[in-house]
Design a protein around this ligand. Structure first.
Ligand code: ATP
Length: 274
């Protein structure tokens, strides 16, 4: 990492090729995030105002964080990450201070991407039953208003983009969806069979597989598995081979079969139909 005025500039090493499936979504993110940062001069020459925020939503473990990191890597932008739940749990005032400090750092290290995980915790609907109804300003409201002020303060072409992720898009305050804030809302779906095949290929890239391993067949029998589940399955197959023989040189189909039957998917049909 290089140092810019006391700020450590970390460029993520995750690339688009590390993400299986989601071809169209990757293209959308390239247009929305990578281009405005990489070609900021062209955008301002033509007077195009780039979007400032993208909200990614979808079930857990399906690569929202990884997509944000890949977008940052592709744009050669510094990556700052914050968790909504973590900000929410801080002492009074600390969450807002951390939020402001992060925007400040991002400005110094620009171009930058600020990523908010669990954004629904930072910006819950102001009518959320979890909120305080006594008329006092709640923690969530203070965090939200700090976030909105910071986002409104992002001037044109400063090279800072905010990406947020949530599993509960309906719980997010509508104020975040106004123009100039999260103008783009993208659904990150669980992988279909082709996506699962690609994810299995990515996570077995460095593994020594025997010829009898058929990743397509494994993809077919892992419906409702998330990318994270599939990563776990590959690891488990490798562990099974080692457990069987600590000097094993190859991972066989039987190890994948064993891993498949010992693991169950994180997703349920009911979650997907919601
Ligand atoms: P959460 O909502 O729980 O934060 P997420 O949607 O942000 O989850 P990630 O953290 O990006 O998911 O993914 C978890 C792990 O699963 C990653 O480390 C990644 O290796 C793997 N993974 C998920 N989806 C994919 C994919 N499409 N291709 C390759 N790996 C994937």
């Amino acid at each position: 990492p290089s140092i810019t005025r006391g700020i450590t500039k970390e460029i993520s090493t995750v690339s688009w090729d590390d993400i299986g499936g989601l071809k169209d979504l990757k293209k959308e993110l390239q247009k929305a995030v990578e281009w405005p940062i990489k070609h900021a001069a062209a955008f301002s020459r033509l007077g195009i105002s780039p979007i400032r925020g993208v909200l990614l939503h979808g079930p857990p473990g399906c690569s929202k964080t990884t997509l944000a990191k890949a977008a940052a890597h592709a744009a050669q932008a510094s990556f700052f990450s914050l968790s909504g739940a973590e900000l929410y749990s801080k002492y009074v005032g600390e969450g807002e201070a951390l939020l402001r400090r992060t925007f400040q750092k991002a400005r110094l290290a620009s171009p930058s991407i600020i990523f908010f995980d669990e954004a629904d915790a930072i910006a819950p609907k102001r009518t959320d039953p979890g909120g305080n109804s006594s008329g006092n300003v709640t923690v969530g409201e203070r965090l939200l208003s700090t976030l909105l002020t910071e986002m409104d303060g992002l001037e044109l072409a400063t090279g800072i983009m905010v990406l947020a992720a949530t599993n509960r898009p309906h719980a997010i305050d509508a104020a975040l969806m106004r123009p100039g804030r999260f103008d783009k809302v993208l659904y990150v779906p669980p992988p279909d069979v082709e996506g699962r095949f690609e994810i299995l290929r990515i996570h077995t890239r460095k593994m020594k597989l025997a010829e009898d391993v058929d990743l397509w067949k494994i993809a077919e029998c892992t419906e409702l598995f998330t990318g994270a589940d599939l990563e776990g399955l590959c690891r488990e197959a490798g562990m099974a081979a080692l457990r069987e023989n600590i000097s094993a040189t190859l991972i066989h189909n039987t190890h994948f079969q064993g891993a498949r039957s010992s693991l169950s998917p994180s997703l349920t049909k009911a979650v997907l139909d919601k």
